[in-house]
Structure formats: C-alpha cells, structure tokens
Design a protein around this ligand. Structure first.
Ligand SMILES: [Ca+2]
Ligand SMILES: [Ca+2]
Length: 324
C-alpha cells in the first residue's frame, strides 16, 4: 500500500511537466496509391509510412481523415465510402467498414480531413466542380450519417480541406484561407468567418488541421507544391486572426516532396514509450538504459533534453501500459 502511494506520488510529479510529445499523422495526396505518414514530435522525424492501398481495399490518391477516438486512428478515402481503423501508434490495420450512404456522393464531392467531436465524425467534403457547394459531413462512429451542412452561395467555401474542433470552435481550411465555421438559423447551412493568417508564406496551400487538446496546441500542414511544412497556430477569436509558428519542414524529415498534406491527425504519445509503438516494455527500458547520460531524443521520454533517471522512472512507472 505504501509502495502504491509512493508510486502514485512520483507518477504525479513525473507527469506534472507538460511537453510536446505525440504523433501527427499526415496524408499525402497526389499519387495513387497514396501513403500516410507519421511525424514524431519528440524525435522531429517522419518515422512511419503506411500504404492502405496494399491492404486490398479500393485504391485512392488520398487516404485522409486521420481522426482518433482515443482508441483507434480512422482513415478515410477521398473517393470512396470505405473507412479503416488502424493502431493509432503503429498504423497497423485493424478493421474496415464504411459510410452508410450512396457512393454517388463521390460523383460530386471528395472527402478530406476530419475530426471527432462529441462522439461524431466530422469531415470536410470539397466540391469536385465549380458552382457546387462545399459540405461538412457528419456521421456517427459507425459511419451512419447524422447531418450534412452546405456552404450554399459561398464560392470561397466550395473546397474545404482541413477540419478540426478546437474546444467549441470548428475551424476549417481551404487552400487559400482559414475559417471559423458558424451555423446560421437556416437549417443544414454553414458559413465561414474568415481569419487573418499570419506567418504562412503566400504560395503555400493550406491543408489539414489537428488539435492536441491536453496541451492546447493546434497544428496546420501546408505545401508550396514541392515542400510541405508543419506549423503551430495560435488563434485569437476576438480579432479573428491566427499566427503560425513553424514546427518543421516536413520534406526535410522524410515526408515526400510534391505531395499535399490534406489531413492531419494528432495522437498523444504513451508516457515512457521510447520506441513509439504504443506499448511500454523491455525494449523501451533498454533504449533508455543504453542512452543514459546522452541527449538522444528517442530515449528522452520526458522531453527535458537529457536522458537520465527521470526517463528511467517514467518507463518503469508506465511499464506494461498499452501492451495487453
Ligand atoms: Ca514501446
Ligand atoms: Ca529526460
């Protein structure tokens, strides 16, 4: 009992420091079949790539959506109803299902970035052709449709791409702009309140959005056609503006050149998981032990810049977590 109490106290101390640790999953539109990439915030590297097209489902030039319900990472296709659930750390395939809607939807719209909000799956659905409304499509977690909102008579919102709930604010991107979504009294319609975006160079098309709710960090991915960038956004709702701070040039860290990061999804790291596979075990212990005294980012699981006893304790206190 005493040991448990001691362990609890130390664990509280260890988790008291808040540092950016987690993974940003990125879509990569522009080739078929497309891949999905994982950017590791602790190591600063794109360290995983998965190719859902090789799993025997419908091929797509953009596997996106990339929203996590805390248990699985959901992947969607831009051109088909299929939805995939994968391990949120490794990207390993778990199951496939689909939206319960007509495939004819895809004659007029693509599907892009998405997010979970209060148990429902929200998705940006840009129009394929001019003079067709952009749609925000909502379903439950099983793909059963619950709502769809149209940007009627708003040509600047024909092609929503990025989508994320930031607290109770729904933010979307188009290639050219950042908007806060508003729902007027009119049913099934959405409007966009334009936000001034400072810091992103002109010539960069805006892409996916992802939110780390625990640390209140909003991320945006962009591309200038050859190189892709990751940014952290600070929103100021009062002045309807956002400022972007660069996090990484993704194409220098393993993300392919010439692809569009149309979707972004955040998954928090499991504390003590040095090898980033979602399970804290002997392998993590060995990584930290062998790196003791260094500043190796992979082994610096508490993110304080050095590998020492504190990292070892973080592994030990979380030992077995996620391994079942
Ligand atoms: Ca591990
Ligand atoms: Ca450390």
């Amino acid at each position: 009992m005493q040991r448990i109490a001691l362990g609890f106290g130390l664990a509280t101390l260890l988790t008291a420091s808040v540092y950016a640790d987690g993974y940003l999953w990125l879509s990569a539109a522009g080739s078929a079949p497309a891949s999905v990439y994982r950017y590791n915030l602790r190591t600063g590297q794109v360290d995983r790539a998965i190719t859902p097209g090789s799993w025997g489902f419908v091929q797509s030039g953009d596997y996106n959506l990339l929203a996590s319900d805390g248990d699985a990472l959901y992947i969607g296709l831009e051109n088909d109803r299929t939805l995939l659930k994968v391990n949120p750390y490794t990207g390993a395939f778990r199951s496939a299902f689909g939206y319960q809607m007509c495939n004819c939807f895809y004659g007029h719209h693509y599907m892009k970035d998405g997010a979970f909000y209060e148990g429902e799956l929200w998705r940006a659905a840009p129009a394929r052709s001019e003079n067709s409304a952009g749609i925000l499509y909502v379903s439950d977690a099983d793909g059963v449709p619950t709502a769809a909102f149209y940007a009627s008579n708003q040509t600047h919102l024909e092609r929503p791409i990025g989508l994320e709930w930031v607290g109770d604010a729904l933010m979307i991107t188009t290639a050219q702009g950042l908007y806060r979504v508003r729902f007027p009294d009119e049913p099934l319609v959405f409007e966009g309140e334009a936000y001034t975006l400072n810091g992103v160079p002109s010539g960069h098309a805006l892409g996916g959005l992802a939110y780390d709710a625990q640390r209140d960090k909003l991320y945006l991915a962009t591309s200038d056609g050859s190189s892709a960038m990751l940014w952290q956004l600070t929103l100021d709702h009062a002045s309807r503006s956002a400022s972007a701070t660069p996090v990484e040039t993704l194409t220098l860290k393993g993300y392919p050149s010439g692809r569009q990061p149309t979707a972004l999804g955040f998954v928090p790291a499991r504390p003590g998981d040095a090898d980033d596979n979602g399970c804290v075990d002997d392998a993590d212990l060995l990584i930290v032990l062998f790196a003791n005294g260094s500043s190796t980012a992979q082994a610096d699981v508490n993110g304080d810049g050095s590998v020492d006893d504190a990292d070892l304790l973080e592994v030990l206190f979380n030992f077995g977590s996620g391994c079942n």
